[in-house]
Design a binder for this molecule. Structure first.
Ligand code: PMP
Length: 304
């Protein structure tokens, strides 16, 4: 069971999390007509009086874009401001995860976007490691990552996450920690809630935005850090399944997972030596904790 933060933002007000409840007839529940964000709050361990939020502008912009796909104009500055207020209302002393959600709040039937009411809510929960930072075993899912013409891959639409849920449970039932999904062209797309990178001949390779991936904010940050800090060339291109087996390193990236090295793909063991993933874990760790001078502008510091 999760430790939910005590206050939620619901129907325009900050109220107790336990009081923030929706009707069973809510459109979003029936048709997947919602979109969410996922943002980490890292508390200053010494003072416990402030929190560091990684790339809040990017998260607010992506959620505003997802809302737009749902025919909902929600200003990114309003999202940002409300998330900051949410953090101040909760004053969590432990690291947490913020979950903003935009959704069709109308009651009743008829799958559509037009002529519906929309709303915006936020709740949060304490969150440590989502995947083991020491490494994970991944399978290749029998479920395919939906193509953008089936459902917009670059929006974090809740309806899309039936795909991630099917793939994750299949992976766990088969004894793996995570699933990689191929896209409709048969190339590696991403995991159930993380993007993927592999290191090959000293180049970092990751599927491009045309491979039906979610445009991950951690992914984008890693591309910049690898180029600027580690001096590694980053190539965005399709990745074939067999390339992973012979890669020098494979790792997953995401807000919840941070950087999670992969040590097994299906029945193939990969090297346990992961120097680049380890370096990225430590550089990102410093940034998340508000300790990096160079990437200071990626962090929003909120005083309680
Ligand atoms: N892919 C999917 C399907 C996701 O849900 C997430 C998590 N938001 C990611 C990738 C990673 O994105 P980010 O780095 O922005 O958290």
């Amino acid at each position: 069971m999760h430790n939910f933060l005590p206050k939620a933002y619901f129907e325009g007000k900050f109220i107790d999390f336990k009081e923030a409840n929706l009707s069973i007839a809510t459109h979003a529940l029936h048709y997947g007509t919602a979109a969410f964000g996922g943002v980490r709050g890292v508390v200053n361990k010494e003072t416990k009086d402030r929190v560091y939020i990684f790339r809040l502008d990017k998260h607010a912009k992506r959620l505003s874009n997802s809302a737009k796909i749902l025919n909902y104009e929600l200003d990114q500055q309003l999202i940002k401001k409300t998330i900051i207020e949410f953090v101040k209302h909760n004053k969590s002393e432990n690291d947490f995860y913020i979950r903003p959600l935009v959704y069709i709040s109308s009651l009743g039937i008829a799958p559509r976007l037009h002529n519906t009411e929309k709303d915006f809510l936020i709740y949060g929960l304490e969150l440590g490691n989502y995947l083991s930072p020491d490494g994970v075993k991944v399978c290749i899912s029998s479920w395919q990552r939906p193509s953008d013409n089936f459902s917009p891959s670059r929006g974090k639409l809740t309806g899309n996450y039936i795909n991630s849920s099917l793939a994750k449970t299949e992976a766990i039932n088969r004894g793996f920690d995570e699933a990689l999904m191929l896209n409709s062209n048969g190339y590696i797309s991403e995991a159930t809630g993380m993007n993927i990178f592999m290191l090959k001949d000293n180049k970092l390779i990751t599927p491009g935005l045309e491979q039906d991936i979610l445009e991950g904010i951690t992914r984008e940050s890693i591309i910049q850090i690898a180029t600027e800090e580690l001096g590694i060339e980053v190539v965005e291109r399709p990745i074939a399944k067999s390339e992973l087996i012979i890669a020098d390193e494979v790792f997953l990236s995401g807000t919840a997972a941070k950087v999670a090295p992969v040590y097994q793909v299906e029945n193939y063991n990969l090297s346990k030596h992961k120097p680049i993933a380890t370096k990225l874990q430590s550089i990102l760790g410093e940034i998340f904790e508000g300790k990096s001078k160079k990437y200071k502008d990626w962090i929003t510091e909120i005083m309680y």
